[in-house]
Design a protein around this ligand. Sequence first.
Ligand code: ARG
Length: 461
Amino acid sequence: ASNEMWGGRFASGPAAVMEAINASIDFDKTLYAQDIRGSIAHSEMLAKQGIISAEDQRAIAEGLRTIQGEIEAGTFAFSRQLEDIHMNVESRLATLIGPAAGRLHTARSRNDQVAVDFRLWVKDELQRFDHALQGLINAFLGRADEHAATVMPGFTHLQTAQPVTFGHHCMAYVEMFGRDLSRVRDARARLDESPLGAAALAGTGFPIDRHMTAHALGFREPTRNSIDSVSDRDFALEFLSLAAICATHLSRLAEEIVIWSTPQFGFIRLSDAFSTGSSIMPQKKNPDAAELTRAKTGRINGHLIALLTVMKGLPLAYSKDMQEDKEAVFDAAETLDLMIAAMTGMVSDMAIQKEAMARAAGSGYSTATDLADWLVRALGLPFREAHHVTGRAVALAESRKVGLDALTLADLQAIHPGITDAVFDVLTVENSVASRTSFGGTAPDQVRKQIAYWRERLQAV
Ligand code: ARG
């Protein structure tokens, strides 16, 4: 049988394979609520403009609400033959209310319909991310507050570099997720335009009111170019981009949690709620949630590349290729939601092992820079020379397999005669972090200032 929507021109229906490649209903039914919202707004506008009668509009809106109830109750029969959510809904509307249903699609095409539905969906999802990211940032702020003065080793090249505080390290993630949050808000502001009324691509001769539908659907304004309205998917690309960046941040955090929770590091202990055991090795506690977060980042990055690749060769305006935008975005959104929730849980629940962190902070000659800085400040040496003198002290300590603070004053004076007793003050990790008072530095007071800044900034939203 030919299609009930465009059967006029067609003598027979599609081949089975055609239906299989063409139908999007299996995934775009996700858009049902947005589709119905958009249709109700469109019908109200058509009635107000005198394009359809008030009576038909009432029947249409009532029918659409019935359909929404059927979908939510699980009694709606989705049909692949009807391709997508738009035609599934319209076809059911015709069954429910008869010929008036056929007036709904006046001055509209599926091209602007799908564009408005998808924008509404992405806009809602950005709102969910906004909340989820705030939750994650708050979890970090809580840990940073508890551990503003907890000393741990800071790393470069994953080699011990200089002592920092765990609170400071947490605040690095607050900055990263804070930028993710601002990207979410920027994207939301940019997509806040309604394409409804662009029709197929050229606009319409009916006297529609696009500002009315834009406002009814909660958009700031209508889009200004009908061709762009149905061609543009950069709101989806932007969504995937910010998702990929955020996922990359989560993945680095996940990697650190994996490292920190090894017995070799022992910086944190995972809660039972966010780890798993081994079926053979009784001693094991594995950071599976972190590992999966790290792995799922690959999926999100893949979705971004997939949609960029779909879009890169498309002439304006709509091409069916664009139907491939949805699975990428839906899956990225669902995956990222889960990743943020899992990492928020892990960060809130992990037990910080202060002693192990402090022990590690003191090893690996982490205060060598402090010694060099002291030589500059106390003895007036040029930094390059101070670096050299310190290097000799480290070599001596290393040959004896001890820390810098275990060298005697005589040892140090043999390397440089000007060194005095006062040097031993700067060799402790506590004094090292306390001395890093530059703006944004790791001194506990600076860390507390940054925490206060973020608490205020989040509240201001
Ligand atoms: N299912 C289609 C999509 O997701 C809806 C738009 C179809 N438009 C068209 N002219 N065939 O893109």
